[in-house]
Write a protein that binds this ligand. Structure first.
Ligand code: ASP
Length: 403
């Protein structure tokens, strides 16, 4: 009972924080900008805790999981399948709505954000799995090599038999301390979210500017939203219900802090502490499964990003008067899935890996200029669906492991 009351209070405070941030940023952009420091402090706290959290979570969970092969395989299969479904929905939506019709394409320079990445390819994604220097990976927020190393250490510790008791005790205590700090940070969520939203809308020039920005490219903007809506509110909840018989609305409520944080931070990695707390403590997914599946999901499972990559690339083609069809659509389907897997879980990473998809069908990088202005906003919607997809994955895999 006490938990329900405090959950209600926190949720209420978060909603008020988000709404107030929206109002301040929209009506008084110059005031909104002043709250940058509030949002930044909150974000930095999340980022500070997330790397130790991932390393300890994954190592501990692998030490405790009896059959990693089965858990790992189910997780990878589930993530790939749902990402592929998301891309498919994106392709259908953009082909049906055809938002690129009648646009004048932007020509000119390659946008700054992808400068130096023009030659990125699928091979870069594969080579980012293992790192020769884990410290530099950590410093650069490259999470996948950290997960791989944690899995290897987890397996090795697990094989040491009774000798590993000391390490098990050590990691268990560190984990408890990390989760305690996570709870302190969660307490600050309403203020942090207020700061992040007030600043971001303020920096965009306020509500009317924002509206102006969206209206210039509204058909594309709404195509992405329609795709995300279908995937997030129809497909994923149906999967949740079929595999776990859980009530999707209740699950959504359990996940609410994480989802609002994903929207406010545009980073699945920064949201991870809240995702883990919501999934394991509120939705009661087992720690053993959740602590492995969620960090991996935040890193490689990006349904929203995959869907968006497909929509964006086909939209860019349409605006050049090119109608991608047949094999080209299959190529977009495959490369968008890979580009989403390879995207870092930080703001606008999907825009960077889009280079791979554009290249695969021979479209010019300059096309990105067309979607750049609204990307930071769409990023928030797709990150929310990314986190929602990860958390549903945790519940489904937990159930599959039990059965
Ligand atoms: N910001 C997204 C995330 O962290 C990645 C992206 O699509 O840019 O999940």
């Amino acid at each position: 009972m006490k938990n329900i009351i405090s959950k209600n209070r926190l949720l209420f405070a978060i909603i008020i924080g988000a709404l107030l941030g929206g109002v301040v940023g929209s009506l008084w952009p110059e005031v909104g900008i002043k709250f940058e420091i509030v949002g930044k402090l909150f974000l930095d706290l999340l980022k500070m805790i997330v790397l130790p959290l991932i390393v300890v979570s994954v190592t501990l969970s692998i030490m405790k999981v009896g059959n990693l092969g089965s858990l790992g395989l189910k997780t990878l299969l589930y993530y790939t399948a749902t990402t592929a479904i998301a891309v498919f929905i994106g392709i259908v939506a953009v082909t049906m709505i055809h938002p690129g019709d009648g646009l004048t394409t932007i020509s000119g320079n390659i946008p700054d954000i992808i400068k130096g990445k023009e030659n990125m390819g699928v091979i870069d994604i594969l080579t980012s799995i293992v790192s020769p220097n884990l410290f530099s990976s950590a410093a650069n927020y490259q999470i996948l090599p950290l997960i791989v190393a944690s899995v290897l250490f987890g397996i090795a510790f697990g094989k040491l038999g009774t000798e590993n008791q000391i390490i098990l005790n050590f990691f268990t205590v560190v984990d408890k301390a990390i989760m305690m700090i996570v709870h302190w940070i969660i307490f600050l969520t309403p203020i942090g979210i207020f700061g992040l939203i007030a600043y971001r809308i303020g920096a965009a020039g306020g509500g009317s500017q924002l509206w102006q920005l969206i209206s210039e490219i509204s058909k594309y903007f709404f195509t992405v939203l329609v795709g995300l809506f279908i995937h997030g509110f129809i497909i994923l909840p149906t999967i949740l219900y079929i595999f776990t018989k859980r009530n999707p609305l209740m699950y959504f409520r359990h996940m609410s802090e994480a989802l609002v944080t994903a929207f406010s931070t545009a980073s699945s990695a920064a949201t991870l502490p809240l995702t883990i707390t919501n999934v394991t403590e509120e939705a009661k997914v087992s720690n053993k499964v959740g602590r492995f599946v969620l960090p991996l999901g935040a890193t490689i499972n990006m349904d929203g990003t995959a869907l968006y990559e497909a929509v964006a690339v086909i939209f860019i083609a349409q605006s050049y008067g090119i109608d991608l069809a047949g094999t080209e659509l299959v190529v977009v389907f495959i490369t968008a899935t890979l580009a989403a897997i390879g995207a870092a879980s930080i703001p606008q990473a999907g825009l960077v890996t889009m280079v791979i998809v554009l290249q695969s069908v021979g479209l010019p990088m300059e096309g990105i200029g067309l979607i750049l202005a609204v990307d930071w906003l769409l990023d928030r919607f797709r990150t929310t669906i990314n986190v929602w997809g990860d958390s549903i994955g945790a519940a489904v895999i937990d159930n599959l492991e039990k059965s």
